[in-house]
Design a protein around this ligand. Structure first.
Ligand SMILES: C[S@@+](CC[C@H](N)C(=O)[O-])C[C@H]1O[C@@H](n2cnc3c(N)ncnc32)[C@H](O)[C@@H]1O
Length: 267
């Protein structure tokens, strides 16, 4: 399978840099909940898995380095594999898993090539905050469709194609998009630094604001049926400074989440 190595390799290097610097988003956000309902709410705010028994289920956490998700699925009884392109992001998961007594299988690789896994081998593929780094989302969906069992569940969450294009787009009286909605290229920003208030790192990741039709139709073409779609900003602030990032987030949804189900076994 031909994967666009240049974008993947570039983003790998950027994530290694961010993790090296200890940038906040390379560590889990918030505390690990203690109750089963708290664990489920943390990973699955819209209840996509509410009827799924995770005990013994095979879960692939895709591009899941640096976060709680693999640990949480393991705590919920699942047999978890976490794949990510950044070894340092995976080291964080491995060390969290050791500390929390959770078993997670670690795989270093590209989300657009899951050929190392057998077809129809996972009940769930969980893919949050990272489709934005894929140049060709259809390749990722095709791979997900291959590795999911019949009736298996896929959930992806990524930057909303409107909200994402509005950052840095304040004209003084309104918003303008950084690139045309249908432009398939990376959305470029003037500031290549990531700044969490403590750490400032130059890491110009290549990120894509995939359109809703591209996401939905790509998932469908991969043999899945979409059964939920949410557009939202978590906890938008009231009365944000005009033109600020918080203003973008209060005005437009910044995330889009899609859940889907594999229709039948095989390709
Ligand atoms: C914002 S982090 C999200 C991590 C995790 N899903 C979470 O929510 O905590 C994005 C992750 O995507 C990974 N990534 C970027 N491009 C990738 C690719 N082509 N294949 C696999 N992982 C990739 C990065 O290494 C990074 O760990």
């Amino acid at each position: 399978m031909v994967v666009s190595r240049s974008v993947s390799e570039h983003n790998r290097e950027m994530w290694e840099r961010l993790a090296d610097a200890g940038y906040a988003y390379t560590r889990p956000q918030g505390r690990l909940p203690s109750s089963e309902s708290g664990l489920r709410r943390y990973v699955d705010p819209h209840g996509v898995l509410k009827s799924t028994d995770l005990d013994g289920a095979k879960v692939l956490v895709l591009a899941g380095g640096g976060g709680w998700h693999p640990i949480i699925f393991a705590k919920l009884g699942a047999k978890v594999t976490c794949l990510d392109i950044s070894p340092k992001q995976l080291d964080t998961v491995a060390s969290l898993a050791r500390k929390k007594g959770a078993k997670v299988t670690i795989e270093e690789g590209d989300m657009a090539d899951l050929s190392r896994f057998r077809d129809s081998s996972f009940h769930v593929v969980w893919h949050v905050h990272s489709l934005v780094f894929a140049e060709h989302p259809e390749m990722v969906f095709r791979e997900v469709g291959n590795v999911l069992k019949a009736n298996g569940i896929y959930r992806t969450e990524t930057m909303h194609p409107f909200g994402f294009r509005m950052y840095e787009g304040w004209t003084g009286t309104g918003w303008t998009m950084r690139t045309a909605y249908q432009d398939p290229g990376p959305v470029e920003f003037s500031d290549p630094f990531w700044d969490d208030g403590n750490v400032r790192v130059e890491a110009p990741t290549l990120e894509y604001g995939h359109t809703i039709e591209r996401i939905v139709n790509g998932i469908v073409a991969a043999g899945m049926v979409v059964d939920g779609l949410w557009e939202y900003t978590p906890d938008p602030v009231s009365d944000p400074t005009p033109g600020s990032d918080e203003h973008v987030e209060a005005t437009f949804p910044i995330f889009v989440e899609v859940s889907a189900r594999k229709l039948r076994a095989g390709r």
